[in-house]
Design a protein around this ligand. Structure first.
Ligand SMILES: *Cc1c(COP(=O)(O)O)cnc(C)c1O
Length: 414
């Protein structure tokens, strides 16, 4: 049972034990009142290089000496301008405009609004508004982002408020059925946009599919004028072994959402990148075509400065060997656990590794989840299984010894 005024996210206060208190972070570790934890989930997928990564913390300190929040309508500032220029350089080709917000959910909301705004633009003649989504997807917890995500126990209560979407199956094998389903929908001429998590569905259970399928979806979007939105909120900043998951397929979406690793995970920030035609649809002497969206903390200068420092790390080269090293450490240990009885479906994409307990079905609410979490916590490892899927998504500074501890804790559960 958890007491006190704090209401924690995704937490059942009636049944869960009081959480450890974190008093200091650094590298791959969380130092708590119960000892050191290895952060094997990068604090919900946000921390990329490591906690309190020095160049990023320096940038935050330096920016805080000069700037705090500044209204971003009618004013601008250097960290936001520099970051936008860098994002355009690093992003897949053709993404030329950068709109700031402050979380993955808002980045996705912005993407959906941009897509609808594009189709609303008067000279286009057809106000398409339907969105196609992939089964098992997750795009956030606001009403709009839940609408384009998997429906289930997490959002059943809010169903009456959600909008209708069209869905395509999660790709199996070469993804033929998924592509056929999407083509059929696109041919109907009503589809404004497709939104996908490229190559790996995170919250859906670390489900992975082939880059060829992503390329196939892009082609169908081209054939039928459908906008492609890539939700790279989890996959961006190297998680899949490349800077962007889209890079594996050699494609560029029309709209790209990034957040979690954008500041290296130090402070909240998000960006929605758009291609020129989406921007131009809102560029007009007609004020009604303005993109009407803002949040109070849009382009927070301190967050932008943190992101500028992060982007500098990626632009300096030298990140590929770091990602390759994490991927190799994961592969070796995943194979060991996969060879043990009681585990199945080992899978890996870059720095992300996942494996399923061969438990009886039971979905996310199965009792196994809390039991596993407690087991790992006792061994000094922070993991949050998704149903019977255990995944490891560490900060890139993780060491061989850390990895041994993480996977040792996993192996010891069965
Ligand atoms: C985490 C996540 C989001 C939502 O991001 P928040 O910052 O939690 O709002 C959206 N899409 C994907 C793919 C995510 O993993």
């Amino acid at each position: 049972m958890i007491d006190g005024p704090v209401w924690h996210p995704f937490t059942q206060h009636a049944t869960e034990p009081a959480p450890p208190v974190v008093h200091r972070t650094g590298g791959a570790y969380l130092h708590t009142d119960r000892g050191r934890l290895i952060d094997a989930v990068s604090s919900w997928w946000v921390v990329t290089h490591g906690h309190r990564h020095p160049p990023i913390m320096d940038a935050i300190r330096d920016a805080a000496d000069r700037l705090d929040q500044v209204i971003f309508a009618g004013l601008t500032h250097e960290p936001a301008e520099r970051l936008a220029a860098a994002l355009v350089r690093l992003a897949p080709e053709g993404l030329s405009r950068v709109f700031y917000s402050d979380s993955g959910s808002t980045a996705v909301e912005v993407a959906l609004k941009m897509a609808l705004g594009y189709w609303r633009a008067a000279d286009r003649g057809e106000a398409r508004h339907r969105i196609v989504v992939m089964d098992h997807s997750y795009h956030g917890d606001t009403i709009g982002t839940m609408s384009v995500g998997e429906r289930g126990v997490f959002n059943a209560a809010y169903g009456p408020l959600m909008f209708d979407v069209d869905s395509i199956p999660f790709p199996q094998g070469d993804g033929g059925a998924t592509l056929d389903a999407f083509r059929a929908l696109a041919q109907g001429g009503q589809i404004a946009a497709l939104i996908v998590e490229p190559l790996i569905l995170g919250s859906g259970g670390m489900l992975m599919y082939d880059p060829g399928v992503l390329a196939g979806l892009r082609q169908i979007c081209n054939d039928h004028g459908v906008l492609m939105i890539a939700d790279e909120v989890m996959t961006g900043w190297g998680r899949t072994g490349r800077l962007w998951a889209c890079d594996h397929a050699g494609i560029a979406p029309d709209i790209l959402c990034t957040s979690k690793g954008l500041t290296g995970g130090a402070v909240p920030l998000a960006a929605t990148l758009a291609c020129e035609k989406v921007y131009q649809a809102h560029y007009s002497t007609d004020r009604a075509r303005t993109f009407f969206h803002s949040s109070s903390y849009t382009a927070n200068p301190i967050a932008c400065a943190a992101a500028v420092a992060n982007v500098a790390i990626w632009e300096a080269a030298g990140m590929q060997p770091v990602l390759d090293r994490v991927a190799a450490m994961q592969a070796q240990r995943l194979a060991v656990v996969a060879a043990r009885p009681g585990w199945e479906n080992p899978r890996q994409l870059g720095t992300i590794a996942a494996i399923d307990l061969t438990a009886a079905a039971g979905g996310y609410l199965a009792q196994e989840g809390p039991a596993m979490r407690a087991h790992f916590l006792d061994r000094g490892v922070l993991l949050r299984p998704l149903g019977n899927t255990v995944y490891v998504m560490p900060p890139y500074c993780v060491t061989d010894d850390d990895m041994d501890e993480i996977w040792g804790a996993i192996a010891s559960y069965r």
